[in-house]
Design a protein around this ligand. Structure first.
Ligand SMILES: [Zn+2]
Length: 386
């Protein structure tokens, strides 16, 4: 499996300038390739593929003085990035979603370049990272790199530079725990689990959101094009990044805890959830973080030999998890499910139980799970309401 390791790098001024100019050359090349595809399609009805554009790298290096010093893989990766954008566009169009044709990238919309083969354009050289055409860059190895390095991406975020290594690592299965859990993205809490646990939004997140609003307001008050505005935008970017780091750290730990403690984790299908639940997610850490959380969950599960099952969330919050009765006109303000069958449960926990049940239903025939469910229905801990 592939795992990404990200480290902060500290280029000298000259190295930074080379990296910036590499990004700019890649951006122009990316836009040129996009223009070529667009023109070919709209004017001649032809489609130009990745491979014919990859061949352009050689000509570019011969004709463009900025490109001569750039490793050919870096330019090839820009072509591959564009191709990925097109593949995603085709996939969305095919699925009937709002497709969005790949866009030309402005200066503030292009922040990275990549290498695709270890030892060819980049390698770890002692404590430093050696990049072709850029030099030996200082890097902070805040955690050990594992596995075999495959590719590298150099990215600029809010004025800081990072190196992300994609490594092939061996899976490390965790011992089975016999537990399965369902997760509902809650309305009042962050997530609710079928074990009856409610995870709240951390206080620092709400405080951070308040400060973010202040910084945003400052930006909008500054005159466009002025240096005061540029300063305010920088402050906003830096703070945004800090919040995102904190958020990702929190979600990482949450995902890790779930993976360590459970053999199977059932979650709502991301795409369906987006449509159904968006209005409830606002002001939550998962608002914008859900994709990250789900990805971490899947990645960690693969590494640990666990299952993550996606289920359709329709009606999970309106159905009694005990008897299956559907409460059609249930208001969002109703916090508990009180059913005639005797079940009384927090609304989000009830939904989480339904999500788990749905995941287990899909696995009929896999006795391990039927058994787990029969022996340890995870909600039994919740005390009945008086
Ligand atoms: Zn019931």
């Amino acid at each position: 499996m592939i795992k990404t390791f990200q480290y902060r790098i500290y280029p000298f001024t000259s190295q930074r300038k080379t990296m910036e100019s590499t990004i700019e050359t890649c951006r122009r090349f990316y836009n040129d390739c996009l223009a070529e595809r667009k023109e070919a399609y709209y004017e001649r009805g032809e489609s130009i593929g990745k491979f014919s554009q990859l061949r352009k790298v050689k000509t570019l290096k011969e004709t463009n003085p900025y490109a001569t010093k750039i490793h050919s893989h870096v330019l090839q990766v820009a072509v591959a990035d564009l191709d990925k954008a097109f593949q995603a566009f085709f996939r969305r169009a095919k699925a009937g979603e709002k497709a969005g044709y790949p866009r030309f990238k402005g200066k503030d919309r292009f922040d990275s370049f990549g290498f695709k083969e270890y030892g060819n354009g980049f390698k770890v050289d002692g404590r430093r990272l050696k990049l072709s055409g850029i030099g030996r860059v200082a890097i902070r190895w805040h955690r050990p790199l594992e596995g075999e390095i495959k590719t590298l991406r150099i990215a600029r975020k809010a004025g800081k530079w990072y190196a992300s290594f994609s490594c092939e690592i061996a899976e490390k299965p965790l011992p089975p725990t016999g537990c399965a859990v369902g997760i509902d993205v809650g309305i009042s809490s962050l997530i609710a689990t079928s074990d009856g646990e409610l995870v709240e939004n951390p206080k620092w997140y709400r405080d951070g959101q308040a400060k973010l609003r202040v910084l945003q307001r400052t930006v909008s008050r500054r005159k466009k094009g002025g240096s005061n505005r540029r300063q305010a935008v920088h402050a906003l970017q830096v703070y945004h990044e800090r919040i995102a780091n904190q958020r990702n750290d929190f979600l990482n730990k949450l995902a890790n805890e779930l993976v360590v403690n459970n053999d199977l984790i059932a979650i709502e299908d991301l795409q369906i959830t987006n449509m159904v639940k968006n209005h409830c997610l606002s002001k939550s850490i998962l608002d914008g973080g859900w994709g990250y959380f789900a990805k971490r969950l899947f990645d960690k599960a693969v590494e640990a030999g666990r299952d993550v099952v996606r289920v359709n969330p329709a009606y999970t919050s309106k159905t009694c998890s005990g008897c299956g009765t559907i409460f059609e006109n249930m208001d969002l303000s109703v916090r508990r499910i009180d059913c005639d069958c005797g079940l009384s449960m927090n609304r989000d926990v009830n939904a989480a139980v339904n999500i788990l049940k749905r995941a287990l239903q899909n696995r009929v025939g896999q006795t391990r799970w039927e058994l787990t469910w029969a022996v340890a229905p995870c909600v039994s801990q919740e005390a009945p309401a008086l």
